[in-house]
Design a binder for this molecule. Structure first.
Ligand code: URA
Length: 267
């Protein structure tokens, strides 16, 4: 008689087969595979017709390279409107699932200055425009202090504003490295299409995306190059709201921006 252990081992093997989908008899009579020689078993197996009730197990889907897909999608955009549509239709970023709106950009797209922030917060997600909450209002006042405004129709005095992420992250968390890498082609294409004279990166996230560096306290005020354009890292206005003492450095950076715009105009 079969021992207890053998019974449970056979049963486990059977259950495993059922889990794998082998839950249907293919022939009327069982085949004794031990009796059949290897030569005859092969043609017999080949002759077994595929069951119409059980489709073939599909190959596992190849892993999707979301950053490569974003790069290809971004490259197709010939205008800012194209890019807005491409980004709105991009479904591979998890951040999109929790967001109410795709926040693309705001201000004058012909502006000499393009500001790149991190990601929309609650207010921006609701309104569908970047930097409209408290931090955005401070940003507007800072820019106004050097004669720049997102509502100016004149490119000389205007700014254009976007973020690394067009979608609000859950609980306003910082986008992670994989998300930043995935969204980078969109920001880069955004910069190419808006074609500003100068880029301003507020906070660590745009510096990580566009410079591959973080450490805003060290980076701020030091001009860098992004896509061949002068680019200035600055403190994020939300940081300035929490640390008003840092407004001193922010003011110095704004004056450096103003001076750079003046010198570029002359050149
Ligand atoms: N912070 C950002 O970085 N971007 C916004 O649009 C709002 C807050």
């Amino acid at each position: 008689m079969e021992s207890h252990a053998e019974y449970w081992a056979s049963r486990a093997a059977l259950e495993w087969q059922v889990e794998m989908g082998a839950d249907e008899a293919m022939l009327d009579a069982p085949v004794d595979r031990y009796a059949a020689s290897a030569d005859e078993a092969a043609p017999r197996a080949a002759a077994i017709p595929a069951s119409p009730s059980r489709p073939a197990i599909p190959e596992p889907a190849p892993a999707i390279d979301a950053a490569a897909m974003a790069r290809a999608a971004a490259a197709r955009a010939e205008t800012l409107d194209d890019l807005r549509q491409v980004i709105s239709g991009f479904e591979l970023c998890e951040l999109k699932r929790g967001a109410k709106n795709t926040v693309f950009g705001d201000g004058n797209a012909t502006a000499r200055v393009m500001i790149v922030g991190e990601a929309p917060g609650r207010d921006e997600d609701i309104e569908g425009r970047p930097f409209v909450g408290r931090a955005g209002q401070l940003l507007d006042r800072m820019l106004e202090a050097i004669g720049l405004s997102r509502t100016s129709p004149d490119a000389q005095n205007a700014v254009y504003i976007t973020n690394v992420s067009p979608w609000r992250p859950p609980s306003n968390r910082t986008p992670d490295a994989a998300e930043i890498a995935m969204l980078l082609p969109f920001v880069q294409r955004h910069i190419e299409l808006a074609d500003p004279d100068v880029i301003v990166m507020v906070g660590n996230t745009p510096c990580q995306a566009l410079l591959g560096q973080t450490g805003i306290t060290r980076l701020r005020g030091n001009w860098a190059q992004v896509l061949g354009k002068p680019a200035l890292p600055m403190f994020h206005p939300a940081y300035l709201l929490r640390n008003p003492a840092a407004k001193r450095e922010a003011w110095a950076d704004l004056l450096a921006l103003k001076a750079r715009l003046k010198s570029l105009k002359k050149a």
